[in-house]
Design a protein around this ligand. Sequence first.
Ligand code: SAH
Length: 273
Amino acid sequence: MVWSYFFRKPGGKFLFYSIIVLVFGLLTAFLIGNSNDDKKSGKKGEVIKANPQQKEGWWKSDAKEMVRKQIESRGIKDERVLEVMENTPRHKFVPGRYSKSAYDDSPLPIGEGQTISQPYIVALMTTSLDIQGSEKVLEIGTGSGYQAAILAQLVKEVYTIEVIEELANMAEGRLKKMGYDNVHVKWGDGYQGWPEHAPFDRIIVTAAPEKIPQALVEQLKPGGKMVLPVGDTFQLLKVVSKTADGKIKKNTITGVRFVPMIHPDDPIPPDDE
Ligand code: SAH
């Protein structure tokens, strides 16, 4: 027997037990390493599938962390905006394969070559609108519908226009299914606004025109505010305010990078998905 060979030699017993301990040690280390790998590689999806009770709320801690680390820490204090962003399932607005990245500090592709904005930018633009609660808001660039869903929880009515038909349809279905009944989606060119429902208390533009669209300024109520990115490759986020007597004031908030606003005659950019 192998062990009798060890036991016959001087010090062999010690060597035999040392080998046993070493083998057990290596086996344990291997097993622990493997289970940690599962956690590290964030196989959240698989764990969730195996445990349906975890499914519903998995994103809540991600959303909470998103609000604390990306938004509050950068100086946004509007409690209502923070609360709504913490309680809105952003992963439902991105393609399934990006679910786990939905609460990351970055924009994400939503199809048709378009993107959902970085959470901080959504918070910054929403806060800049200085919302009280009873407003009628126009959004240009529905995209995924996420910004519209955030606004829907803060104002009375949201009118939102999307120029790409597939995105408009998808967002409309998604918002309806999620119960945001005060959002009205239209497929069309937002450069001209939505005259049938004008004037608006607030306007938010989430694609960058080269200059401020005059039709949108005209559709803003006196006392109203519009937030929009303006420019070509170099863009500035601006707030346009209309005073009670109709005067226009412009403020620049910061530099930003949005997808360009598509003009009616331009070809639709290719899908890079
Ligand atoms: N607010 C969106 C993100 C918008 S991305 C969200 O929360 O997901 C910008 C969107 O503006 C794109 O979907 C793009 O198709 C749309 N867009 C570009 N030009 C437009 C125009 N002239 N009228 C309406 N929508 C436009």
